[in-house]
Write a protein that binds this ligand. Sequence first.
Ligand code: UDX
Length: 466
Amino acid sequence: MRLTVIGTGYLGAVHAACMADIGHDVLGVDVDTEKIKALSEGRPPFYEPGLDDVLTSALASGRLRFTTSLREAAAHGEVHFICVGTPQQPGSQAADLRYVDAVVDGLVPYLPVSCLIVGKSTVPVGTTARLAARIERLAPEGVRAEVAWNPEFLREGFAVEDTLRPDRLVAGVTSREADETLRRVYAVMLEAGVPYISTDPNTAELVKVAANSFLATKISFINAMAEVCDAAGADVVTLADALGHDTRIGRRFLNAGLGFGGGCLPKDIRAFVARAQELGVGPAVNFLDEVDEINQHQRTRTAALARHLVGGDLTGRRVAVLGATFKPNSDDVRDSPALAVAAALHRQGADVRVHDPEGAANARRAHPELRCGSDLLEACQGAEIVLHLTEWGEYREVDPVKLARVVREPVLIDGRNALPHDEWRAAGWTVKALGRPAHSDRPSDARTRNPLQATIASPAAEPIRA
Ligand code: UDX
């Protein structure tokens, strides 16, 4: 099928390459000429494991091309996928739909024949219906452009895998033809047994925000438990393991630590609250404000713990931060909890050196005031405290004995509860983590109560906003 994919960010670039990979004739479109040039040459404009291979082979097959022209896209596509960003509006909680609207405005007047326009971006419920009216107004005489919503659930770091082998496909359609068209697009996946849920556009739009709200709630739930564990001298990791054995709960997304960030979860839950308020059901999702608040609080707690561990004053203290991206296997630093903490420590006077294997350049752009690089030993040289804030696999491979020789004080905060604490302690490190007793390798009881609780939960701690 002839498809266009409009918007070549994390979502669109992967979708375009994967649709070509499964046999479609794909035209990727973006307003950013640099991005289009890079993609046309087989260079992904961001770090995403496996994307370069799929991109290279799709380009070589001749089934994937890129352009900056929406007119060319209008002429090419039987199906047009909208994959542009829907960021948070400046000064508001709501989603900014200007890029989605711009695609419709730039594409629809040039459509030569009837076609299907499929939104994949995360949007407030009701967007498909609003766009349908806009499209009808803009469409040339005799051309019918139906709009459907087919939300994308891919995770950064697993984007190719999630696109080629999704957990489920959700299609929000208003006609049988649209449903059949989408089934043809995804025929390979349907044959492989991927569940396909066909529904109305409102439900499809809601599935995406509800899924992200649930995931965010799960993370904030376990982080709230971590705070209780700190007060009670209990261990949040053991708690999560024990909870996770209940298949109704499940262990995934119960990793306590610095909380969630990125370009999706934080802004999606805020936009959902804003949309629910518009619909007159704000109180039904008020709890998401708490979810957001608990999430932000982990950043504050982590920064306060660092300040406490260096003796209460960060002025001039050398701090090493391991990780800048919002999660491992990505170079994305949007609303990164790690960078938010690094920036807060810098504001409090610390001399902060940030390390990240892939995200250093983006981190420098987002926070020019921070020193960010990709040499781990350099970042840790002379550090009085090391904060592990993004759980890249390579940090688990670090030899704590060797690192102890480089730093000035072997003090570690494991903000992701992902390092082998007993090994680090055996190498002479003082190891602290939110929600863990002072010696988490021992059974927890009142004697191992975290003595820092009063300090790190103090309301006087500086709140951190990204
Ligand atoms: C998320 C959704 O998972 C995905 O389905 C949707 O399409 C886009 O938003 P992504 O933003 O790539 O994907 O990252 P995800 O893996 O969900 O992690 C989000 C954040 O939560 C990260 O900052 C991660 O570190 C944090 N997280 C995740 C936790 O703090 N604890 C956990 O247990 C899991």
